[in-house]
Design a protein around this ligand. Structure first.
Ligand SMILES: Nc1ncnc2c1ncn2[C@@H]1O[C@H](COP(=O)(O)OP(=O)(O)OP(=O)(O)O)[C@@H](O)[C@H]1O
Length: 344
């Protein structure tokens, strides 16, 4: 377990990490998210003793990194994959690390195989591609078979097979009861890899919760409902705490009622439904909303004028808009509920 208390790092006039407290639990993958310059790398460097906190403490399994007796066997870290002697081969690099930490040479061959580096293990690291360098960094992190893994952007530069491999690897390591803490800017990848999220912005914690809770709290939950009797349905749904938007003829977006509630109302009124889908926001939506005020290096919109965030669109009362409900319906009520929303 990694535990931080009031962890702070100040560089000159810049507070890179601003008194954060958190714990990264074993047995699950914890994702570390935040905009550029949010303080992720600084936090990770402080965990492994590469940066000294200005204030506060951080421990791994109850001890500061500097006091760990065999650090590689306790914490494996990938912080800067380029921080390798470029004249050495991958095997020489790993053997040198193993030799200085009392790790058996056989383990070097094991991690070379685990990371798919067999064919290039004898080649100079200087000639490695970005992805091969990442694999070597991960091999080095795994060398001591550590209980805690800290990986800064591990999938950076990896091909799709490599990305999938890292996902499966970290999930497997967490399932073995290890502590896994990793950062990534790839939201879709994080959504598939992490169980728990720590989101920071401008050095402060913005969210610390299971991934589903982060998404639920930071995005709108709506219900997409398609009906040939959309106007009648919208009338039935009308209430102060419900917003109904006509997306297109016969298609409504409902906020303030669950799919079950919409389906039951339709059934009670004998209205036909052709689709009833709970829609959850994506992790990317949640992230953009959470960090909207914490982005230091912002660009100004995308060519389509958006920022990518799940900005709540103007919800209009369908009764005053052209709902375009076609009334070719039969009177049979049928409702289908897709439970597979758009999250993750
Ligand atoms: N050695 C340093 N000297 C001065 N400022 C630094 C140093 N290291 C980091 N910073 C500053 O501290 C802040 C946090 O940087 P950090 O690298 O931790 O962010 P990050 O969240 O990892 O960003 P990115 O996603 O871009 O990697 C930034 O404003 C950065 O410029």
């Amino acid at each position: 377990m990694i535990e931080a208390q009031g962890l702070t790092k100040v560089y000159g006039s810049k507070k890179a990490v601003d008194g954060i407290s958190f714990s990264v639990q074993p047995g699950r993958v914890t994702g570390f998210l935040g905009p550029n310059g949010a303080g992720k790398s600084t936090t990770m460097r402080m965990i492994v003793g590469l940066d000294r906190p200005t204030a506060g403490t951080v421990t791994v399994d109850g001890r500061p990194y500097a006091s760990l007796r065999s650090p590689l066997a306790e914490v494996g870290a990938l912080l800067d994959a380029k921080a390798v002697h470029t004249g050495r081969s991958a095997r020489q690099h790993l053997r040198a690390m193993a030799a200085t930490h009392g790790i058996a040479t056989t383990r070097v061959d094991e991690v070379i195989e685990m990371t798919g580096l067999q064919t290039v293990a004898g080649k100079r690291v200087g000639g490695f591609s970005l992805g091969m360098g990442q694999r070597l960094g991960i091999a080095a992190a795994l060398l001591g078979d550590p209980r805690t893994l800290i990986l800064d952007e591990p999938v950076n530069g990896l091909d799709p097979e490599g990305v999938l491999w890292v996902r499966n690897l970290v999930r497997y390591l967490a399932a073995e009861g290890r502590t896994v803490f990793l950062s990534s800017h790839l939201m879709s990848e994080m959504a598939q890899t992490a169980d728990h999220l720590l989101v920071i912005g401008r050095g402060r914690i913005l969210a610390d919760a299971p991934i589903a809770d982060v998404v639920a709290a930071a995005t709108r939950q709506t219900v997409r409902v398609r009906s040939p009797q959309a106007t009648a349905l919208a009338e039935g749904l009308a209430a102060a705490d419900v917003q109904v938007r006509a997306v297109s003829p016969g298609l409504l977006e409902v906020e303030g009622r669950t799919a079950e509630q919409v389906g039951e109302l339709a059934a009670a009124r004998g209205l036909v439904l052709h689709e009833l889908t709970p829609v959850t926001g994506s992790l990317e939506d949640a992230y953009m909303n959470l960090t909207a005020d914490a982005v230091e290096y912002a660009t100004h919109g995308t060519p389509d004028g958006g920022t990518g965030a799940d900005r709540a669109p103007e919800l209009v009362d369908v009764l005053s808009a052209t709902a375009g409900s076609t009334t070719t319906s039969s009177t049979t009520t049928s409702s289908t509920t897709s439970t597979d929303g758009e999250a993750r």
